[in-house]
Design a protein around this ligand. Structure first.
Ligand SMILES: NCc1[nH]cc(CCC(=O)O)c1CC(=O)O
Length: 307
């Protein structure tokens, strides 16, 4: 039988996520490794490393090349970090399955101090994420934040060389890379809410491809899927421009969903947060309504102030 072709980026984290997905599929269907072929593709986001992502602009920086091959049938499925996925996908493609979510928290990796609150005045923190930059400035307006791109390994090397006093990375990614030893603090998701989708691996496929849908059904984790529907609803309602710092986290207990979301100005001086809850079945609508409400509360001047 022809192997299923699994598309992924080539970073160590992406490869770890693709292998994890393959391992789960092998176990769920009692299939040998040869039933799957991992196809590594380079994306624009991987190739352009000298500028902040928000400047390169465009949706789907990490997905375009992969989605082209999914659409035309060269791939059967693609493994992504949900956090990196735009809210609108190309026609005919969908996020068909979500693996059980890892820890959602951001990890603080400090060189001059083990905790964010203990960093000396005027310390320098490196981060590529507008959300993390804004959240750091909100908690510590005295700290300088510099843009810090590259793969996890590159950032840790820059930290080790003393280019910055600290950096932040997703706990989930460090766990998947077996690199949690560098962490000096795990940040509380209430004061430092994660990005929508953080910690969750998603699998993209053609929505009319029944063979792949059947393959993926047993590895989908319904609670993670509901959380993601809510968080992506929030992001979508805010029209997640790459320049708006947005945080959002849905948690599921039984058939109840609780959501906490926040938008901030890049300098962290102004923020609007929202809390909502409801039945899991309404996940997407709950997120979208929270997004619409926070948008109204913030007012258009909030979004205009820095574009
Ligand atoms: N854009 C980079 C990215 N996309 C997903 C993860 C981590 C893994 C995850 O959140 O699932 C990371 C690195 C990071 O934020 O530290």
């Amino acid at each position: 039988m022809k192997p299923y072709r699994i598309g992924t980026r080539g970073s160590p984290l992406a490869l770890a996520q693709a292998s994890e997905t393959r391992a789960r599929l092998m176990a769920a269907h009692d299939l040998p490794e040869e039933a799957f072929e991992i196809v590594v593709l380079s994306t624009k986001g991987d190739r352009v490393t000298d500028r902040p992502l928000s400047e390169i602009g465009g949706k789907g920086l990490f997905t375009e090349e992969i989605e082209e091959q999914l659409s035309d049938g060269r791939l059967d499925l693609a493994v992504h970090s949900s956090k990196d996925m735009p809210t609108v996908l190309p026609d005919g493609l969908g996020l068909v399955a979500f693996l059980e979510r890892e820890d959602v928290r951001d990890a603080f990796i400090g060189r001059s101090a083990p905790r964010l609150e203990d960093l000396p005045q005027n310390a320098v923190v490196g981060s590529a994420s507008l959300r993390r930059q804004a959240l750091i400035r909100r908690l510590r307006p005295d700290i300088s934040v510099i843009t810090f791109r590259g793969q996890v390994e590159t950032r840790l090397r820059k930290l080790g060389e003393g280019q910055v006093d600290a950096t932040l990375l997703a706990h989930a990614g460090l766990k998947r890379l077996g690199n949690t030893g560098v962490i000096t603090e795990l940040l509380d998701p209430e004061s430092f809410p994660p990005a929508p989708g953080q910690g969750a691996i998603c699998i993209e496929a053609r929505i009319n491809d029944e063979r792949t849908a059947e393959l993926l059904a047993p590895i989908n984790h319904p609670a993670t899927q509901a959380a993601l529907l809510c968080e992506r609803g929030f992001l979508g309602a805010l029209d997640g421009s790459c320049r708006t710092p947005i945080a959002g986290l849905a948690t599921i207990a039984g058939d109840q969903l609780s959501f906490y979301g926040m938008i901030l100005t890049p300098d962290g001086s102004v923020w609007h947060d929202i809390r909502t809850e409801g039945p899991v079945g309404d996940a997407s609508v709950l997120g979208a309504e929270a997004g619409a409400e926070v948008r109204v509360r913030a007012g258009s001047s909030f979004f205009d102030s820095w574009v």
